[in-house]
Design a protein around this ligand. Structure first.
Ligand SMILES: [Zn+2]
Length: 177
């Protein structure tokens, strides 16, 4: 938990610094710190994202949109496998971490590798104080995280299906739920 928070603050700092940097000067001068910024680890322009992503994915991942509750492809979905970031392909969640939250969006109680695939950012939009979750690699918006999860972690990663891809586990394909 503390690690998440620290990462969130780090991200905020990075975001603030990035705001002061002209977006146009995209010179690839990787100087001292190769992995402190999500901007440098996976740097794409808006135009490039629009080519890679569908309009709906772009709206959610890059504009922090939210798909309508209950409409996402992975909301009512229980195949075994790994959920990836729809923006960059990073493996984020496993089917073992998914639980049925009845909230209308795919929900997970943790992310792969104990938390470093997903970063948390304080979100003050819409008159609420929430914690946004973003892909640590490409910065794509995933959803929000809440402290009301029913499992041992106590956490609920509430994620848009549009932010996710899915890789089924080959061995379990025939397994019935
Ligand atoms: Zn990503």
């Amino acid at each position: 938990m503390r690690k998440f928070i620290n990462t969130g603050f780090l991200l905020l700092g990075v975001g603030f610094a990035a705001c002061q940097t002209p977006m146009t000067s995209n010179s690839n001068t990787s100087q001292s710190n190769p992995k402190t910024s999500m901007e440098t680890s996976y740097n794409k322009t808006d135009a490039e994202w629009k080519i890679i992503l569908s309009p709906e994915q772009y709206e959610v991942l890059r504009q922090k949109g939210t798909e309508r509750a209950g409409t996402g492809q992975y909301n009512d979905f229980s195949e075994k496998g790994v959920y990836t970031c729809a923006g960059c392909g990073t493996e984020l969640f496993t089917s073992e971490q998914k639980f049925d939250s009845h909230c209308g969006w795919p929900s997970f109680d943790n992310n792969i590798a104990g938390g470093d695939r997903v970063n948390q950012v304080k979100d003050f939009s819409h008159g609420m104080i929430r914690t946004e979750i973003v892909c640590a690699k490409c910065g794509g918006h995933l959803g929000h995280i809440f402290d009301d999860g029913p499992t041992a972690t106590g956490q609920r990663y509430c994620v848009n299906s549009l932010s996710l891809g899915f890789k089924p586990t080959a061995n379990n394909k025939e397994e019935k739920k």
